[in-house]
Design a protein around this ligand. Structure first.
Ligand code: BES
Ligand code: ZN
Length: 843
């Protein structure tokens, strides 16, 4: 049994005292200091006589009886702390041995501001130090840290323990320090340039680490080559942690992951898990350079870390798995998500001032990640790969082992490209929002798009302005930009030479620029055949649909126009295009659940998805690949959920065979089948699913089930799912997706989930200690309401139940609720009419 209390002695060598003082102030939280002393170089040790904790500020002041003189010295602190259950700082993570015995591992998660919970320190990214770590641990446990082990010997005072000493780290920030102690197996490989890579898995599951190992050993040389800077440590470990709040954490040399972001079982993992593992590995390994070697100056520049890693993870996956067509998926997963959030009045600029830890937690959001990644993608496209790499290399070399700001990166890229990078990029990172480009045959102009407020403002007023890289292609060559301009005026005319009649013109080919486009009706009309005959590229078909959907939400076009456009996708073969469209239809379906014609939109969905469903069938065909597997799962799930009779029957048949052990469902069919049978199921279906959950050995399977449980319809069964969410059966980080699944499934589910969150607020808030999971929970639960009074209710609840790290999320949710309600009021009647009249066969 791992002891709950940890005792640590730290020595901070060569602390510089700049000015005579008898106080030292450090970050410190949930720690009891026993003794502290300061020994000046060559002088007498002085014991501290007072420890004054400022809990609110997460600081401690050590007082000394006499002044510490200017110069260097060693600060020595003995202290104790407790391994907590909050998934932050130094915490314990529960796991079961293969024989079912419950044990605990000790794990760290320090980003953003929780190293101070494991040891007193100066816990800021720009205060870098080297770390010499020694652990005294049970001798049968694996003990890991950032660096390789340089000594391991029996602990003299207790022969059940060993003392493990790790090599000195490079100079680094506290948030990247890591320790893991537990029982693990591993698989090992070497990169082409001799770095040892290990993937640590739960005991008995080493095989499940092989996929990530393959990705990591390919990725490290890829980045080395891309940055022209080698990975600086001799080893890197990737380890799966049972209880883990984030998806993964880039600790230098010891990257920690949720089990589902690292482990792949060839038989039981689905295509989307494989893709997720590849992306997460690509993301965290990028941080080893971008973040760890060069670190942001302060959390204001967090976006630089996260936005960059969220962009380059795609580059890396595209390199390792070109068959994933991952860049098209970027547009659906990151780009459109960022545009949606950034269209709110309660969005925020990419670069944002932050102070208190709760403000820092708050910016791990889609603006830092997805908008950050999207503007870097736009920048990369504007600069070109060659100069971009040149600039990146200069930046990494200039600031390695140091800290840097957004401006520092712009300087290096400006030097490398000769283009006005800072001027262009400041307009995207220092102000929130984005422009809408309005285009007609003669000219192009822009104004800021807000979902809640449509106003055209002129330069000179208090109006945001952007420098906008614009490219244009035509049907003569849909994959090539015919014209590239930098638009820095709100109005501009662009001449397209030699454009033949009946040719279409498309702005923003590749869907790269971070803006929305509104075409004149004539131009839009001319683009529609390009959707039907697939001459527009998939990424542009997707972008066009998504832009129109967003414009309808903003009230700039009628939602009926979007429904008509969606029908043009009947022959669509592309997974990602379907996925994005399906997601938007899901939003619409959820909105229309607040009307009395919800069934009509289900019928629309069934009609739209039936042809592709028939074409794909249930069983994979020889020669099919990754994207076919994803598409089949998507389409069957959509049809099943919308109540398509044949799909429901077949799902039930296959589910029965699966449960009886006669024919195990292939991993890629499980989510859609589970979802379908639950949606139309009863208490025995729920019992069966919960039994499958209990029996599941892989966390991936447990999560798969947890995410769809909320689809169950009967109110008393919804309650059972909610209770289950907080039970011991669900890992603490996964409770959020169970409750979110309930809220996202139906109007009744949303109401019940919100009540459940309110009733259990204390436990939930306490469980996540205000971290980013609480924001996620709130958003998943309330974002889909579409009644004005719910915005007021949500607002008032959080006025009396403070969630400092979720303040902005609460505001965004309230804004979304009001927008949903306004959307309904505006368009419901027209949508209804359209849905009814399209059922009438033409005479
Ligand atoms: N640095 C983050 C981990 C993190 C997130 C720490 C939030 C503290 C708060 C890590 O690099 C990361 O971004 N992880 C992502 C996964 C990634 C593939 C987008 C995550 O945890 O969601
Ligand atoms: Zn990251």
């Amino acid at each position: 049994m791992l002891q709950r209390i940890f005792c640590i002695r730290i020595f901070c060598s060569l602390i510089g005292v700049r000015q005579g003082t008898n106080q030292i102030v450090m970050n410190c939280a949930d720690i009891d200091i026993i003794t502290a002393s300061f020994a000046p170089e060559g002088g007498e040790e002085i014991n501290a006589t007072g420890f004054n904790y400022q809990n609110e500020d997460e600081k401690v002041t050590l007082s000394f009886p006499s002044a510490l003189q200017k110069g260097l010295g060693t600060l020595k602190i003995d202290f104790v702390g407790e391994l907590n259950d909050k998934m932050k700082g130094f915490y314990r993570s529960k796991y079961a041995t293969p024989s079912g015995e419950i044990r605990y591992a000790a794990v760290t998660q320090f980003e953003a501001t929780d190293a101070r919970r494991a040891f007193p320190c100066w816990d800021e990214p720009a205060i870098k130090a080297t770390f010499d770590i020694t652990l005294i641990v049970p001798k049968d446990r694996v003990a890991l840290s950032n660096m390789n082990v340089i000594d391991r010997k029996p602990y003299p005072e207790d022969d059940s323990l060993v003392e493990v000493k790790f090599a000195t780290t490079p100079i680094m920030s506290t948030y990247l320090v890591a320790i893991v102690i537990g029982e693990y197996d591993f698989v090992e490989g070497q990169t082409s340039d001799g770095v040892t890579v290990r993937v640590y898995t739960p005991v008995g599951k080493a095989e499940q680490g092989k996929f990530a190992l393959e990705v990591a050993t390919k990725t490290l040389p890829f980045y080395k080559d891309y940055f022209s800077v080698p990975y600086p440590l001799p080893k890197i470990d990737l380890i799966a942690i049972a209880d883990f709040a984030a998806g993964a954490m880039e600790n230098w040399g010891l990257v920690t992951y949720r089990e589902t972001a690292l482990l792949i079982d060839p038989k039981n993992s689905c295509a989307s898990s494989r893709q997720w593992v590849a992306l997460v590995v690509g993301h965290e390994l990028a941080h080893q350079w971008f973040g760890n070697l060069v670190t942001m100056e302060w959390w204001t520049h967090l976006w630089l870390n996260e936005g960059f890693a969220s962009w380059i993870e795609y580059l890396c996956v595209d390199h390792c798995f070109p068959e994933y067509d991952i860049w098209t998926q970027f547009v659906s997963a990151d780009y459109t998500r960022a545009l949606d959030l950034d269209a709110l009045d309660n969005s925020h600029p990419i670069e944002v001032n932050v102070g208190h830890p709760s403000e820092v937690d708050e910016i791990f959001d889609a603006i830092s990640y997805s908008k950050g990644a999207s503007v870097i993608r736009m920048l990369h496209n504007y600069i070109g790969d060659e100069d971009f790499r040149k600039g990146m290399n200069a930046y990494l070399l200039k600031f390695q082992h140091k800290n840097a700001s957004t401006e520092d990166l712009w300087d290096c890229l400006e030097q490398a490209s000769g283009k006005p990078i800072a001027a262009v990029m400041n307009s995207w990172t220092k102000q929130m929002g984005f422009p809408i480009i309005v285009v007609d045959q003669e000219q192009v102009w822009w104004f800021p798009l807000r979902h809640s407020r449509i106003n055209v403002c002129m330069i000179g007023e208090d109006c945001p302005s952007w420098m906008i890289p614009i490219s244009i292609c035509t049907s003569e060559d849909p994959s090539c930009s015919k014209i590239k301009v930098l638009l820095d005026q709100p109005e501009s005319a662009v001449t397209i030479p030699n454009l033949g009649p009946d040719k279409w013109v498309k702005i923003n080919p590749g869907t790269i620029g971070f803006y929305r486009i509104q075409y004149s009706s004539a131009m839009l009309e001319s683009l529609l055949p390009g959707i039907r005959d697939l001459t527009l590229l998939p990424v542009d078909r997707l972008g066009l649909q998504n832009d129109l959907f967003s414009l309808s939400r903003a009230g700039m076009i009628s939602t009926v126009e979007v429904l008509k456009l969606m029908e043009a996708f009947e022959n669509e073969p592309n997974y990602t295009v379907w996925s994005d469209l399906s997601c938007n239809l899901g939003v619409l379906s959820s909105l229309l659940s607040y009307t009395d014609f919800h069934e009509e939109i289900q019928e629309f969905i069934r009609n739209l998805f039936t042809p592709i469903g028939l074409k794909l069938g249930w069983d994979s065909k020889p020669g099919e690949g990754h994207l076919d597997a994803l598409l089949r799962g998507l389409v069957l799930g959509k049809l099943g959920k919308a109540g398509h009779k044949a799909t429901l029957d077949e799902a039930r048949r296959r589910f029965k065979q699966h449960v009886e052990g006669k024919q195990i469902l292939p991993a890629d069919l499980r989510s859609p089948v589970y979802l379908t049978v639950l949606k139309h199921g009863d208490s025995s279906t729920l019992d069966t699913m919960l039994k499958l959950h209990k029996q599941a050995d892989m966390q991936e399977e447990k999560n798969r089930i947890e995410r769809v449980l909320g689809a169950i319809s009967a109110p008393e069964l919804i309650q059972r799912v909610l209770t289950f969410a907080l039970s011991d059966e669900v890992r603490p980080q996964d409770t959020v997706s169970v409750i979110g699944g309930v809220a996202g499934s139906s109007k009744q589910g949303r109401k019940a989930a919100w009540k459940f969150v309110k009733d259990n607020w204390e436990e939930l808030h306490n469980r996540y200690q205000g971290g980013f999971l609480i924001s996620r929970l709130i958003k998943l639960t309330v974002d889909g309401f579409a009644i004005d009074k719910m915005a007021a209710e949500v607002k008032s609840f959080f006025e009396s139940h403070h969630a400092p790290a979720a303040e902005r999320t609460v505001q965004q949710c309230c804004e979304n609720i009001l927008l949903n309600a306004a959307w309904l009021k505006r368009d419901a009647e027209d949508i209804h009419q359209y849905l009814v009249q399209r059922k009438v066969p033409p005479v």
